[in-house]
Design a protein around this ligand. Sequence first.
Ligand SMILES: C[C@H](CCC(=O)NCCS(=O)(=O)O)[C@H]1CC[C@H]2[C@@H]3CC[C@@H]4C[C@H](O)CC[C@]4(C)[C@H]3C[C@H](O)[C@]12C
Length: 330
Amino acid sequence: MCTAVTYRTHDHYFGRNLDLPSSYQETVTITPRNFPLPFRRAGLRRKHYAIIGVALVDRGYPLYYDATNEKGLSIAGLNFPGNADFKPEAPDMDNIAPYELIPWLLGQCTSLDQVKVLLRRLNLIRLPFSERLPLTPLHWMISDRDGSMTLESVQEGLRVYDNPVGVLTNNPPFDFQMHHLTNFLNLTRESPTNRFSPELHLEPYSLGMGALGLPGDLSSASRFVRAAFTKLNSVSGASESESISQCFHILGSVAQYRGCARAGDDGFEHTLYTSCCNTDRGLYYYTTYENSQITCVDLHRERLDSDQLVVYPMLKGQRIYLQNGCVPQR
Ligand SMILES: C[C@H](CCC(=O)NCCS(=O)(=O)O)[C@H]1CC[C@H]2[C@@H]3CC[C@@H]4C[C@H](O)CC[C@]4(C)[C@H]3C[C@H](O)[C@]12C
């Protein structure tokens, strides 16, 4: 499963964990403004906003998992098995395949208001990218500087929710996740006082007891609550370094460690990468499961008027700073 979050200090940040048993060869991919973007049922778009994010490039097409455009609009796709339902083509609608949604919206929109206009005509269709990469059940968090929304194509149709938390995980559907927060309305960052019974003398024995009851497991419902609590109580300085550090810590609170959640015969769910994009400046930061050093790719260092994709492999090996010249064995 996955988690996406936004974080705001001086600048705006959009990040996600990608949790899977194994990777697909994803890369940090920049789609410049003149890269021709073919849409299977919605024509060819020759000019669009530039996009940076993580994608699998297949047959020359950027299959984005999460991305931000040069105007700071961001989208992440997360697994939504059993609930995502894509539709047959419909006349007078923008018929968009799920894998096309990110380039479709980020190519044309600068804000959530513009996205909302396009969503009125959007029909997410049951059209796979290829035989090797079939349809996968996704839902999306879409964010700009001022807010977030959740997009779910379910049996009843397209559901668009305001997302005042700025967090998305996986199942169940988003209206459940929001309502579920009610169960935790009593949690607090402050030290609690005894409300259990005036007949007993009960005192906290540790800091952090105001959040006793915050779910610690890796289920998507629990990760939603935990990421929300961590994010909404986050305090950090506004510098770039302090901001991204805090954003990585929020995502770290819901990261998955290999071995704790079995994923079928394929192995164990683990956080393949964590990203945090400064959406105001087009800086895409990431770490991987075995590389805790933060790596950054800058959208604005590329030739954004080009027509060629730019692809950076994710740096995956652990990088250890040898402070006194030590030589780790093996
Ligand atoms: C699996 C991932 C979600 C992570 C997650 O939640 N994992 C829980 C697994 S489990 O449910 O717990 O077992 C999602 C997130 C984004 C997705 C890609 C989006 C582009 C493209 C769309 C095409 O249509 C199919 C291939 C394609 C490359 C997609 C593959 C896969 O679907 C990706 C990686």
